[in-house]
Design a protein around this ligand. Sequence first.
Ligand code: PLP
Length: 397
Amino acid sequence: MSTKTFQEATLAIRGGRTLDNHASSILFPLYQTGIFVHDAVGVDKGYSYSRVSNPTVDALEQALAALEGTRSAVSFRTGMAAITTLLFTLLRSGDHAVLSDVVYGGTMRLFREVLDHLGISGDFVDTSNPAAVEAAIRPTTRLILIETPGNPTLKLADVQAISRIAKRHSILLAVDNTFLTPILQRPFELGADISILSTTKYIDGHNATVGGSIASHDEALMERLRLIRKTLGCIQAPFEAWLTLQGMKTLPMRLRLQCAGALRIAQWLQAHPDVKYVFYPGLESFPQHALAAAQQRGFGGIVAFELQGGAEAARHALNHLQLCSRAESLGGLETLLTHPSTTTHADLDPQLRQTLGISDGLIRISVGLEDPEDLIADLSQAIAAAASEPRAEKDKP
Ligand code: PLP
């Protein structure tokens, strides 16, 4: 049967999967090896050295490609390795890129610490405004890289509108689709050329691995990415690939529950008297709710909010959590709460944080798969405990 006709649940479990040809094990085997023996001089079975390729990593790439709807995908040791390889593949000294101002902080650091020194520049602009993207384009611009929804305020970019601009200027458009995955957002159908995933998050879904992936319909680009990956030495490891292959089978089911849990929690927070505001694209109050409904196939599992008591209340509430974990990642089974201003976005200039809407009191929730009522009970007691803590003078209303 053609993979193209599968529904997404089937695709996640069966798409791109093959039986191994030794024992027909139902799970593709873990080829935990660095090298492969040549049958004779110049004769091998397609593998030689695991920095170049490995059958288990190939199996993961085929499964990822089936989800993305592309012929192939290229898998990396981390999401940052995927982004770094992409930028080294596409950009040379003198080239320029336009990126979302809410793009993952590691990508900003990559420009600041590495690419800027090599003569490759990036402008980080408000990609929720397509006109700002077009205004930032220079004759040397080769790539537009957007992240939608952005982290942690969930600000969206209109992928179709930006893809029209990119095409008009003959510039490639890449979408970091880590927050939604191909299940909830289809970058290629919206006109993008390249899809980026940190598989660390929803794709693995079990907080067991770190990894990254790039997909495109442009096979010449994919081939070049494999060459640069080999050169940089950042291919995914076989065991991580094997774990990711298992984790991603439940992706559509997990996301369905995570979307429902996130909406339930967002609505509960919105009705809570101690909550100042809530960001969740599924709420009608979210400024880009209509764009989310049109562009996405679900509203995602991430919610952000601020308490009336600001930064001090956020610190107390996070410290009083009993079930949810204080941690920086997202997308796994366990619900995680993050304080962006002291963790994921601590590197950013405080003024820029304010401009991006990342207040010192903002809390991000990655809703996991525990029962939402248990999560709400934990949030409720943590918010109540924060309210009964003595307030610092500067945080009094
Ligand atoms: N892209 C996004 C949207 C992310 O959130 C992250 C990590 O948080 C990355 C890329 C980088 O991925 P990794 O941590 O797997 O290197």
